[in-house]
Design a protein around this ligand. Structure first.
Ligand SMILES: Nc1ncnc2c1ncn2[C@@H]1O[C@H](COP(=O)(O)OP(=O)(O)OP(=O)(O)O)[C@@H](O)[C@H]1O
Length: 281
C-alpha cells in the first residue's frame, strides 16, 4: 500500500475516533491510589484525572512512585487502596492482558520488541489484539480472517509511516537503531487502537535532537485524537509537550496543574533541588 497523503495516514492510524483535539470529559480517574511493598507505601493516596484529548505528564524525582502508579493503572500491580475508573467503568481487578482490550496501551522504560520479527510484523501483532476472527477462522482461513490480515498490514504500514519509520518495515526489529525501536514500540502500542496511550520514559537514552523529534511525534499522536499519559525524567520535554502535569514525591502528589504553574510551584522546585539544571530547564 502506498500512502502519501497526511490526512489518509491520520485516518488509517485513528480509524475509530473522531479526530478532535479539544479536551473532553474525564477518561481516567485515579482516586486515593495506594500501593504498598512490604508495608511501605510506594504510592500513597494519589488522586488525579486525565481528560480525553490531553497529554498529561507524570513527573517526580527518582523513586517518587511514577512507575508504580503506571503499573497500578495498567494492571501490573494490585493497589492496596483506592480506585481507577477508566472510560466510566472501574478497572478494579482487570487482568493485565485485559487492559489492552479495555483501551489502554503502554510502552516500557526498556524497549520490549520481538527482535526476530520485522518492524511491520511487530506492529501487526498489535493490531491482532483488535481482531474478531476466532481461532477456527484462522485455522480454516475464513474470509474475515483474510480481510483482517490485509487490513492489519495496511494499517501497520500506515502506523510505521505515522511514526516515521515506514522505510524500515521489512527490517528485523533487533537491527533497527535504538531511536527507531522506540518509535516502533509506540507504533505497536497505537496498533491496538487505545483510548489511552501510556508512555514510560520514551526519551530515555535519546540525544537532544532525538528528544525534540519525539516531542513532535507525541504532539502529533495527540492531534490524531489520542489521549496520552507521559512519564518522563526530562523536564524540558515534559514542559514542552504536556497540557497538564501531576508531580509526585515520595509516593504523594505534591502538585497538579498547567506546566507553567507547576514550574513555579515552590514544592516542585524544592523536590527537584539538587537535580541538574539541564533536566529542569
Ligand atoms: N516491586 C517493588 N518492590 C519493592 N519496592 C518497590 C517495587 N517497585 C518500586 N518499589 C519502590 O517504590 C518506590 C517508588 O518506585 P518507582 O519505581 O515507582 O519510582 P519512579 O518515580 O518511577 O522512579 P524512577 O524515576 O527512578 O523510575 C521506590 O522506593 C522503589 O524502591
Amino acid at each position: 500500500m502506498s500512502i502519501n497523503h497526511g490526512d489518509e495516514i491520520a485516518d488509517a492510524v485513528a480509524p475509530q475516533r473522531d479526530i478532535a483535539t479539544d479536551e473532553g470529559d474525564i477518561l481516567l480517574d485515579v482516586s486515593d491510589l495506594t500501593v504498598e511493598f512490604g508495608g511501605l507505601a510506594a504510592l500513597d493516596g494519589v488522586s488525579f484525572g486525565i481528560r480525553r484529548g490531553e497529554i498529561l505528564g507524570l513527573i517526580g524525582p527518582n523513586g517518587a512512585g511514577k512507575t508504580t502508579c503506571f503499573n497500578a493503572i495498567t494492571g501490573v500491580y494490585t493497589p492496596s487502596r483506592g480506585s481507577v475508573v477508566f472510560d466510566g467503568a472501574p478497572l478494579g481487578k482487570v487482568k493485565r492482558h485485559q487492559i489492552t482490550r479495555r483501551g489502554i496501551a503502554r510502552t516500557f522504560q526498556n524497549v520490549r520488541l520481538w527482535g526476530e520479527m520485522t518492524a511491520l510484523e511487530n506492529v501487526c501483532v498489535g493490531t491482532d489484539a483488535r481482531h474478531k476472527s476466532s481461532v477456527w477462522g484462522a485455522v480454516f482461513r475464513s474470509r474475515r480472517f483474510y480481510r483482517e490480515e490485509r487490513d492489519a498490514v495496511d494499517r501497520g504500514m500506515a502506523l510505521l509511516e505515522f511514526v516515521g519509520i515506514a522505510h524500515r518495515a521489512g527490517e528485523k526489529a533487533s537491527n533497527l537503531p535504538y531511536g527507531d525501536q522506540r518509535r516502533l514500540e509506540i507504533a505497536r502500542a497505537l496498533a491496538t487502537e487505545p483510548k489511552l496511550l501510556c508512555l514510560d520514559e520514551p526519551a530515555a537514552g535519546f540525544n537532544p535532537s532525538e528528544k525534540t523529534a519525539l516531542m513532535s511525534l507525541i504532539k502529533k499522536i495527540r492531534d490524531d485524537g489520542y489521549t496520552v499519559l507521559l512519564i518522563e525524567h526530562d523536564m524540558r520535554l515534559v514542559m514542552g509537550v504536556t497540557d497538564r502535569i501531576v508531580v509526585l514525591e515520595f509516593g504523594r502528589k505534591i502538585a497538579d496543574g498547567k506546566p507553567k504553574d507547576v514550574r513555579e510551584n515552590p514544592a516542585v522546585i524544592a523536590a527537584y533541588l539538587g537535580v541538574p539544571d539541564d533536566e529542569i530547564a
